[in-house]
Design a protein around this ligand. Structure first.
Ligand SMILES: [Fe+2]
Length: 390
């Protein structure tokens, strides 16, 4: 076996993996129904496995030399597919580098400190609910019960002086499914209240099982803030059979829905524009036509479930955008980082702080997830402190 043949075979495998992961990530950024997503997800995984088996079978039967059949004019569908696989393999490293550079472009962010909370220790037992949680919690390094409480400071040039020092508690992706018990969410709320923030925001995927609806009052109903608790919904909230009833319940608990809306709020007697974007799962987009786009316009804050709305936020001159949805990728490989994130941009916006023009975006890793596994990617509550300056 020649080294070059082995290298080309490995490149084909890397490219095939990259194409399959790209299809998987983009699928979860579409605004299609949950049933369609599940069907297409199975189709992508099945196709990826079948093609992989075909590769291995071909090499076992005909050898690993990929050029010989091409030179002889034998173009099977598998050999034709190898060409885009090589192309994808060539793109993997530049894209990975671009992601790291793009993610590190902002200087408007100071990570103050992080406190790790051992949830199982604090509760006296791990908050294991139903499903696969008990089994997955035993995986070495699984951090689902290691809550990260992080304080971050953002320096924003258009923030009015009177709002300097404003604090926002950013919660996202609670995923109340029953896989973690209510005690876990009680603790999340206690820890959020202890941050003593001016504003609390939730950026979607709050609850997806009707059986957990009675949990909302004793958990989210206890959230405290000076200027309100605001939320948007995410794709998993759409799985509930009665979404209007969820809104009613949250409204009764004092939470304010901003999805598809634009609110002119007064915090510290300063007018701000607060909007919510739940696209592509819930329409409409917030209407911004009536708001002047001039230099002295109010500071603009956007809540969005998906970070894919970043460029929409930029086009609409938002100063700060808070998002979730991607869970940090949930499994972060040493050095490489995450591989899976449900976004049109792959793992580029998996978590962290990003800047484009005047728009700064914070993507939370979220509190939980549909699959109770997190490796090198602990769940997160963030206290964001806004400062003015350049
Ligand atoms: Fe989520």
């Amino acid at each position: 076996m020649r080294p070059v043949d082995l290298f080309l075979a490995l490149a084909a495998m890397i490219g095939h993996t990259a194409i399959s992961v790209t299809a998987f990530n983009r699928l979860h950024a579409l605004g299609v129904t949950c049933g369609t997503v599940k069907k297409l997800e199975k189709a992508i995984l099945l196709l990826a496995a079948v093609v992989l088996c075909c590769f291995l079978g071909y090499w076992a039967l005909f050898g690993i030399d990929l050029f010989e059949p091409i030179q002889q004019g034998r173009f099977s569908p598998l050999l034709l597919y190898i060409i885009p696989c090589w192309g994808a393999a060539i793109c993997v490293i530049p894209l990975w580098l671009w992601r790291r550079i793009a993610g590190a472009r902002t200087t408007a962010f100071v990570n103050d400190r992080t406190q790790m909370v051992d949830v199982a220790k604090e509760l006296g037992e791990p908050p294991i609910g139903e499903g696969s949680t008990r089994m997955l919690a035993k995986i070495p390094g699984n951090q689902i019960f290691h809550l990260s409480v992080t304080e971050k400071t953002f320096v924003l040039p258009r923030l009015p002086e009177s709002l300097a020092g404003l604090t926002i508690a950013h919660l996202s992706d609670l995923h109340m499914t029953g896989q973690l018990t209510q005690a876990f969410f009680d603790l999340v709320v206690d820890r959020t209240n202890a941050l003593d923030c001016d504003v609390v925001v939730l950026t979607g995927d709050i609850i997806e099982k009707s059986a957990c609806l009675p949990w909302l009052r004793p958990t989210l109903g206890r959230l405290q803030s000076r200027y309100g608790v605001y939320y948007v919904l995410g794709n998993h909230d759409k799985r509930l059979s009665d979404v209007p009833a969820l809104h009613e319940e949250l409204k009764e608990l004092g939470l304010i829905h901003v999805g598809g809306r634009t609110l002119e709020v007064q915090w510290r007697d300063q007018p701000l524009l607060l909007a919510g974007n739940e696209m592509p799962w819930f329409e409409p987009l917030p209407q911004l036509n009536g708001v002047a786009n001039s230099a002295d316009e109010p500071f603009r804050l956007l809540l969005s479930h998906s970070p894919d709305q970043f460029y929409w936020a930029r086009r609409n001159n938002f100063d700060l955008m808070l998002a979730g949805h991607t869970h940090g990728g949930q499994i972060r490989f040493p050095f490489y980082g995450p591989l899976i994130a449900p976004s049109r941009f792959g793992v580029m916006f998996a978590s962290g702080v990003f800047q484009h023009g005047r728009t700064l975006m914070h993507v939370s890793r979220g509190v939980s997830g549909l699959q109770p596994i997190r490796l090198n990617c602990p769940p997160e509550i963030s206290k964001l402190t806004l400062q003015n300056g350049h």
